[in-house]
Design a protein around this ligand. Structure first.
Ligand SMILES: CC(C)(COP(=O)(O)OP(=O)(O)OC[C@H]1O[C@@H](n2cnc3c(N)ncnc32)[C@H](O)[C@@H]1OP(=O)(O)O)[C@@H](O)C(=O)NCCC(=O)NCCS
Length: 190
């Protein structure tokens, strides 16, 4: 299958409702909660150049966007969705790769994190260099954790004072941290 995967622009604002519908339908089908996304929110992400869209021709195939937390100390690549008819063709992997690059380019100081119960997402994240961590390593912004309120497991998160829940937390170093590691290897080699 052939897809166009790109940073979303003005011409993609028309897909905002369809994106939110896909996210809501998938959450319902999986029986898991997911932070509810409103079309206005998705449109803002698109307008700010913080979203990646995948199309097959004119048809929406997938989407993901960047959220910025703790004054750019962290970013999350959130709202990953692939339309059911396009799943299992490596599209989520390609979208995540593009949104990860975009995050590194726009926010080179920021570590990239995600929380997920999805095996597919865990696999993709691991290949991108994320490592599993405890929730203590993530942003402590209340607004991020407020996104969990629509999850049926929110009581577990609250009961544990936000230290743990059913999602696995994963964290990737910032672009700057990665570059520092590369440099230190060069110094050792010389
Ligand atoms: C999760 C989702 C994004 C995967 O999209 P996809 O395009 O089918 O994924 P890919 O084809 O890129 O597969 C990526 C990897 O995950 C694996 N995978 C895909 N779907 C899987 C599933 N349901 N269970 C287990 N592994 C799965 C693939 O085998 C592949 O692994 P590999 O390359 O090591 O073999 C898609 O199923 C979806 O939109 N689900 C609903 C929304 C959702 O769960 N979003 C994530 C919220 S954190």
């Amino acid at each position: 299958m052939e897809f166009t995967i790109q940073v979303a622009g003005q011409e993609h604002l028309k897909y905002a409702e369809a994106i939110c519908q896909l996210i809501a339908e998938s959450a319902k089908a999986r029986g898991t909660g997911i932070a509810e996304r409103k079309p206005e929110y998705v449109r803002t992400k698109i307008e700010n150049g913080n979203a990646v869209i995948a199309l097959q021709g004119e048809q929406l195939a997938g989407f993901c966007y960047i959220e910025v937390w703790s004054h750019e100390k962290y970013v999350a690549n959130s709202g990953l969705i692939v339309a059911p008819e396009f799943r299992k063709h490596g599209l989520a992997r390609a979208i995540k790769k593009r949104v990860f690059q975009l995050s590194q380019d726009k926010f080179p100081h920021a570590r990239v994190f995600g929380i997920t119960t999805s095996l597919a997402v865990m696999r993709i994240n691991s290949d991108l260099g994320y490592k599993p961590v405890t929730f203590s390593e993530l942003t402590q912004d209340d607004a991020f954790w407020a996104g969990c309120k629509s999850c049926p497991n929110y009581d577990i998160l609250e009961r544990n004072q936000r230290r743990m829940c059913l999602c696995t937390a994963m964290l990737a170093p910032s672009k700057e941290e990665l570059m520092a590691v590369d440099l230190s290897h060069m110094i050792v080699k010389q």
